[in-house]
Design a protein. Structure first.
Length: 276
């Protein structure tokens, strides 16, 4: 069950696709929604520290607070309009500390929602996505920066390669899969078998036993380009939502995403639920 959701509110003014999408998810599941927004301390290189005045530092911090307050006001209007129970928190932190802190805060929720970084805009969105994926231990819904609609589950893609992370994602996504009108279990053939895949395992039968309408689709990745193969298939069938395992590892607080995961996050055009 999904009854407690947290979303990272971006400092982008009123147009925050992740926040709007999180509101629609909370409304669908009758869940409580918590918005977290960070006020950043200015990052100043030691080499220019002597040339920076206290007034400039205060002005930068005040600007961040103003943007955070605007994000909160927009969030409150959206939740009130949707009839969603919600609360918010404003936290002051460094940029590096904020992404780690958000991941740890997210451990106390059922679902995490974050936004995708706009390609031509400086933003820590990717860091929040990776921090939530690696640090929270919870399923994370990544929302494209172009997202305009709320949660839709007409057709959901469940990416399956027999791995532990894929199995984790399937279990975490069950509330979404159960509400979907159609689920396509997508198996991408790349010519390389997963060592941990169980021969003959039929995930389609497993989902069908949960009362889910499911089709199993095997598609071939040209030039072993799994991300674009998945996204092309999603576009071809007008999918609304993707579920997949999040690959990568974290060492010494450095987030390292696997190629398929990073490719999906960079190019996705529909919301993606990932679990690690």
């Amino acid at each position: 069950m999904i009854k407690d959701i947290v979303v990272n509110l971006a400092l982008v003014g009123a147009n925050d696709p992740a926040a709007a999408y999180a509101v629609s998810v909370a409304r669908t599941f009758g869940a409580h929604l918590t918005g977290i927004v960070f006020v950043y301390d200015p990052v100043i290189s030691p080499s220019i520290m002597d040339g920076v005045s206290a007034e400039w530092i205060d002005a930068q911090r005040d600007e961040s607070r103003t943007m955070a307050q605007a994000a909160i006001e927009s969030f409150e209007r959206a939740t009130e309009g949707a009839g969603v129970q919600a609360e918010h928190r404003i936290i002051e932190a460094t940029l590096g500390g904020a992404t780690d802190m958000f991941g740890r805060i997210a451990r106390r929720f059922d679902l995490v929602v974050v936004g995708q970084r706009e390609p031509d805009r400086m933003s820590p969105a990717d860091l929040f996505a990776e921090g939530a994926l690696f640090e929270s231990g919870r399923p994370v819904v990544m929302v494209p920066y172009i997202q305009k609609e709320g949660l839709r589950l007409g057709r959901v893609l469940m990416c399956w390669d027999g791995s532990r992370t894929a199995a984790r994602a399937m279990g975490d996504a069950m509330p979404f899969l159960a509400r979907a009108k159609q689920v396509d279990v997508v198996i991408v053939a790349t010519g390389r078998a997963k060592s941990d895949e169980i021969p003959g395992a039929d995930v389609g039968h497993h989902l069908a036993r949960h009362g889910i309408k499911v089709d199993v689709k095997r598609i071939v990745a040209e030039d072993v380009d799994v991300p674009n193969t998945i996204l092309s298939y999603a576009a071809d069938v007008s999918a609304d939502f993707v579920v997949m395992g999040g690959y990568g590892h974290s060492r010494l607080r450095e987030f390292v995403l696997g190629g398929a995961t990073r490719g999906i996050l960079g190019s996705m055009t529909i919301p993606v639920l990932m679990s690690h």
